[in-house]
Design a protein around this ligand. Structure first.
Ligand SMILES: Cc1cc2nc3c(=O)[nH]c(=O)nc-3n(C[C@H](O)[C@H](O)[C@H](O)COP(=O)(O)O)c2cc1C
Length: 304
């Protein structure tokens, strides 16, 4: 029996709601030896900047009891190399590509969006206004409704592509940030990015990562992500895409019941490169068993 897994993220129809999260799946084709990545609803690229970035000094990651801390510092090939070296292969393979972009100024966000707008094969841009691991311009945009609205409006004007904005769990007024982005023309919100944490090596008394603090991700943040997706999805009219600790189909279903239109699998791909494919297969089996479409799950958890 065929099961209908398609979901609509605004004007963008995804063949299923399972995507991979930025920074945890490279530029996707690195995973092609494990499975055909074009079966996924989409992939989010590593955060792209105008110029290539080497990122922070090592150590850049540390395992924690229920996840990991990372302070990669947005190492990436730069938007030009992405467009000329990575995108053509992704396009040829029919992969739905969401370009995650990062900049420290509004004009640079605009320039990135304009560059990507000229390419075939980009389905949407995701604005990383919530990176906790860079000195300047990361999280500042994402914790302030006015700044988040400003960058969203500027990018909205610069591209015809759908604009997704990635929320920071560290925003004091998360709903305010989400509403500001919606009013500025965002097509969807993605939630959540990592939450800053610290880990100390008791043998050396030094932080386990060079940057001292790093973003916490993985199973530890799933309940926080669920709560935030639930709150956001009730506060805005645009779709919310759920991210945070999703490792199994059950996690993805939970996220959709909380209000997510689609989900992104992040840290779980480091544990098992097949994690996103397994989430997709499990979601398909769950929907087939209940004779429902994936979209029937969105926001349907029983609250009475
Ligand atoms: C190693 C690593 C690198 C990341 N790089 C980015 C990035 O470049 N841009 C971005 O928006 N989010 C980035 N993130 C955040 C993830 O996309 C995701 O929001 C977060 O890890 C929570 O999901 P998870 O618990 O499933 O990993 C990164 C996360 C990790 C672990």
């Amino acid at each position: 029996m065929s099961v209908d897994l398609a979901v609509d993220v605004g004007s963008l129809r995804l063949k299923n709601p399972v995507l991979t999260a930025s920074g945890t799946f490279g530029y996707a084709l690195e995973y092609d030896d494990f499975f055909d990545v074009s079966v996924l609803g989409g992939i989010c690229t590593k955060g792209l900047s105008i110029l290539p970035r080497a990122g922070n000094n090592p150590d850049r990651i540390a395992e924690t009891s229920a996840g990991m801390l990372n302070a990669i510092g947005l190492a990436n090939v730069g938007v030009e190399a992405f467009c000329t070296e990575k995108l053509p292969n992704l396009r040829a393979r029919g992969v739905t590509v969401i370009a995650n972009i990062f900049a420290t100024t509004v004009p640079d966000f605009v320039a990135l969006a304009e560059r990507l707008d000229r390419e075939e094969g980009v389905a949407a841009v995701e604005l990383n206004v919530s990176c906790p691991n860079v000195d300047k311009g990361g999280i500042e945009f994402g914790v302030d409704p006015v700044a988040a609205g400003r960058v969203t409006a500027a990018v909205r004007k610069a591209t015809k592509l759908p604009v997704w904005v990635k929320m920071s769990p560290e925003a004091g007024d998360l709903k305010g940030v989400g509403i500001a982005c919606q009013e500025a023309g965002a097509d969807a919100l993605t939630a959540i990015n990592t939450i800053r944490g610290l880990s100390i090596d008791v043998r050396t008394w030094r932080p386990r990562i060079f940057n001292k603090t790093g973003g916490l991700s993985g199973p530890a943040i799933k309940p926080i992500a669920l709560r935030m997706v639930w709150e956001l999805s009730r506060a805005v009219k645009i779709p919310v895409i759920g991210i945070g600790g999703i490792a199994t189909a059950e996690d993805a279903i939970e996220m959709m019941l909380a209000g997510a239109t689609a989900v992104q699998v992040g840290t779980a791909s480091f544990v098992d490169p097949l994690a996103s494919k397994k989430v997709l297969d499990g979601l398909g089996a769950y929907c087939a068993e209940r004779n429902i479409a994936a979209r029937d799950l969105i926001g349907r958890f029983i609250q009475t």
